[in-house]
Structures are given as structure tokens and as C-alpha cells.
Design a protein around this ligand. Structure first.
Ligand SMILES: Cc1cc2nc3c(=O)[nH]c(=O)nc-3n(C[C@H](O)[C@H](O)[C@H](O)COP(=O)(O)OP(=O)(O)OC[C@H]3O[C@@H](n4cnc5c(N)ncnc54)[C@H](O)[C@@H]3O)c2cc1C
Length: 337
């Protein structure tokens, strides 16, 4: 039975700890809840938003619409073979708990994605990634409820149009679907990905490395670099790493020969947004209740009572200074409402 509440505070539901209210709020614990909701008159046109753990959102103001909080739980093994497991995980499950569970079972594939906050249903939205791995590498399919036709639909991994911090759910079909479950292919004979420098260095010279060890190392690196939102509210990387033309990179390198870069293809290069921001002098900056984290310039933080407007002002100032200095446009990774 769906129970829509009015005037609910979203403070417990976003890791940037924006103290805003939602006009309407409903807990979704099954696909049936979605069916009931979508059968209401005028539902497709209604202003609405799916909210999972709120670790990748910035509420710039009260939300004048319906928040659908993702609480569909359950994990099941679809099939198990000698070398792989197909696992279906409902959207409301915690991502870090899922990673821990799969590692406990000895199933490889998610170890590099240890400790990324959030829920499973949100993982495909921006194709979460860390330390050389993206979730698309292990996704078989995505189950979603289509608000327009009022039915469940199935996306193959290809149909999700995954890209760097992107998918169809964040671009052309943003807001159209509620991801109810994700199906993963995990390996019983894991092939480790140690392409990320610090991870490779940590295991230099070791002949055999386990997924448990990789996961523990990733957890160690993350804890040493990233602020815990429970201690200093934040939403992780505020901006995406920009992908720019080689010609621009050549120009920047004249004045900044140490520019870190990651070749994408012949014509395009990915730059480290954190490095660009740091070069503009923002690392550790604080203005009242908002700031740039002292260890990671890509993370904007709320020191307590910051408003969405203050965070947005700081983000704009950072974007302007990076554009001025390097001619590079920084796009937010965080979803702004
Ligand atoms: C400290 C910290 C570190 C982080 N590190 C990383 C990292 O290493 N790599 C990385 O990729 N991300 C990282 N993030 C970002 C974040 O963890 C991921 O984007 C995560 O997937 C967000 O999950 P969530 O449940 O909090 O989603 P939310 O913030 O609730 O939602 C994010 C977006 O997805 C939509 N959405 C959520 N659930 C659904 C659903 N079921 N169906 C349809 N739409 C939905 C929402 O409407 C919103 O637009 C980090 C965040 C923090 C705070």
C-alpha cells in the first residue's frame, strides 16, 4: 500500500545534508507500488524524482514534486556455473554491502568498486566507476519501470548506452525510468584489474593477489583520500573529469608540462578535474559553510549549514576559474535539482 507523505525533510536522504523539504514523499518497496502509483491520474506528467541514497545529488531548494524513495530489497542467484554467477540484485540494496557480500562469496568483478556509496539501482545511472573499473563491465541487464507506459521493461547492457559517468538513464531518458533491479555477471576465477597506478604499486612483486586484498587496498586508498559524508557532508566528485581535444591539451602543456592526462583515443584526452581545480588554488578553500576538501579538490563539502545556493555559487566560481586558466569546461557529475 503506497503512503504519500507531505512536507517531509530530505535532510536524512542526501549526503550533502541539504536541509530542504519535499512537497510529497513516498517509499517504494515493490514494483507493485510503482504500478499503483503510475495508475493515478496525471502521473506521467507529475514532477517527480527517484531518490536512492542521495549521495550524488544536490538539492538547491525545496523539491516541489514527488520524491520516490527507492527501497526495493532482495538478492537472488539467477544461475551458477563452474566459472561464473549471474546475480539479480534489487535496486534498494546498498552498493557497498553488495560488494562486501560478493567478495565474501569469492565472486570477482566488484572489488575495485568497494565503498562507493549509494544503492544498486543508482549504479547504472552514471555507470559508477573507480580505480580502472566501471560497473558496465559486469552488468548483464537492467530492469526498470517505465513511467510513461506504466510497465516494467528490460535493458540489455548495450541498450543502456553506458559511457564515462553516463548512461541513457542520465541523458536521453533521464527521469523516465525507475531502475528496479540490476543483473550482474560475476566471475569465480576473477581477472583482477590493477591498471590504476597506486593499486598496481601496492601489489608490486606479489605473485598472487586475491579479490579480498584488492578490495581492502581500495578501501584503504579511499579512506585516506575521500571525506566520509557522515563526518563532512559531501557528494563525492562534484565534477566529471573533462574529455578534451588533443589540440587544447597541446596548448595547455606549453605552460603546464606536468599536466596529468589519460589518452582516450587519437583525438581525445581525459584530464584530471581535481588537478585543474587545485592549480587554480581552490584545494582546502573555505568560505563560511562551504568549501573544497583539503585532500581532494574535486569534492565540495558542507561544513554544516550550507545552502544549495552557496554550493552552486562555489561550483560556478570554480568552473569559471578553470575555464579562464585552462580553457576547459567542467561539467557537474552531481545531479542538481
Ligand atoms: C564520498 C563519495 C564517494 C563517491 N565515489 C564515487 C566513485 O568512486 N565513483 C562513482 O562513480 N561515484 C562515486 N560517488 C557518487 C555516488 O556514490 C554514485 O553516483 C552512486 O551510484 C549514487 O547512488 P545513490 O543511491 O546515492 O543515488 P542518488 O544520489 O540517490 O541518485 C543519483 C541519481 O540517480 C537517480 N536514481 C537513483 N536511483 C535510481 C533508480 N533506482 N532509478 C532511476 N533513477 C535513479 C536519481 O534520480 C539521481 O539523478 C561518490 C559519492 C560520495 C558521497
Amino acid at each position: 500500500m503506497i503512503d504519500i507523505k507531505n512536507g517531509i525533510s530530505l535532510l536524512p536522504y542526501n549526503t550533502l545534508k541539504m536541509n530542504v523539504k519535499a512537497n510529497e514523499f513516498v517509499e517504494i518497496s515493490s514494483v507493485e507500488d510503482l504500478r499503483q502509483l503510475s495508475s493515478q491520474k496525471g502521473f506521467p506528467e507529475r514532477k517527480k524524482l527517484v531518490l536512492s541514497a542521495g549521495s550524488n545529488v544536490l538539492f538547491s531548494d525545496d523539491f516541489d514534486g514527488l520524491i520516490m524513495h527507492n527501497a526495493i530489497f532482495g538478492i537472488s542467484v539467477v544461475s551458477e556455473e563452474r566459472d561464473q554467477v549471474i546475480l539479480k540484485v534489487n535496486g534498494g540494496e546498498s552498493w557497498p554491502d553488495l560488494v562486501e557480500y560478493t567478495i565474501g562469496q569469492g565472486w570477482g568483478g566488484l572489488e575495485n568498486l568497494t565503498l562507493i556509496p549509494g544503492k544498486v539501482g543508482a549504479a547504472p545511472i552514471q555507470n559508477i566507476g573507480a580505480y580502472g573499473v566501471e560497473v558496465k563491465d559486469v552488468i548483464v541487464s537492467v530492469e526498470a519501470f517505465d513511467f510513461i507506459i506504466g510497465k516494467q521493461v528490460l535493458f540489455s547492457a548495450d541498450q543502456c548506452q553506458f559511457g564515462y559517468r553516463s548512461s541513457i538513464f542520465k541523458t536521453t531518458a533521464a527521469g523516465r525510468y525507475f531502475i528496479t533491479a540490476v543483473v550482474f555477471r560475476l566471475s569465480k576465477f576473477p581477472r583482477l584489474n590493477l591498471t590504476y597506478g597506486p593499486l598496481r604499486q601496492a601489489f608490486e612483486g606479489k605473485t598472487s593477489v586475491s579479490i579480498q586484498e584488492v578490495s581492502a587496498e581500495v578501501a584503504h586508498i579511499r579512506r585516506s583520500k575521500l571525506p566520509d559524508p557522515e563526518v563532512i557532508p559531501n557528494a563525492g566528485s562534484f565534477f566529471k573529469n573533462p574529455i578534451v581535444d588533443r589540440t587544447l591539451v597541446d596548448k595547455i602543456k606549453v605552460n603546464f608540462p606536468d599536466l596529468p592526462l589519460y589518452q582516450q583515443n587519437e583525438a581525445q584526452v581525459k584530464l584530471a578535474a581535481g588537478w585543474l581545480i587545485e592549480q587554480c588554488g581552490w584545494k582546502g578553500y573555505r568560505m563560511g559553510e562551504v568549501g573544497v576538501h583539503e585532500k581532494q579538490a574535486l569534492v565540495l563539502v558542507n561544513y554544516g549549514q550550507a545552502t544549495g545556493a552557496e554550493i552552486l555559487d562555489l561550483a560556478t566560481e570554480i568552473q569559471d576559474s578553470v575555464l579562464d586558466r585552462f580553457g576547459v569546461i567542467l561539467e557537474p557529475e552531481v545531479n542538481i535539482y
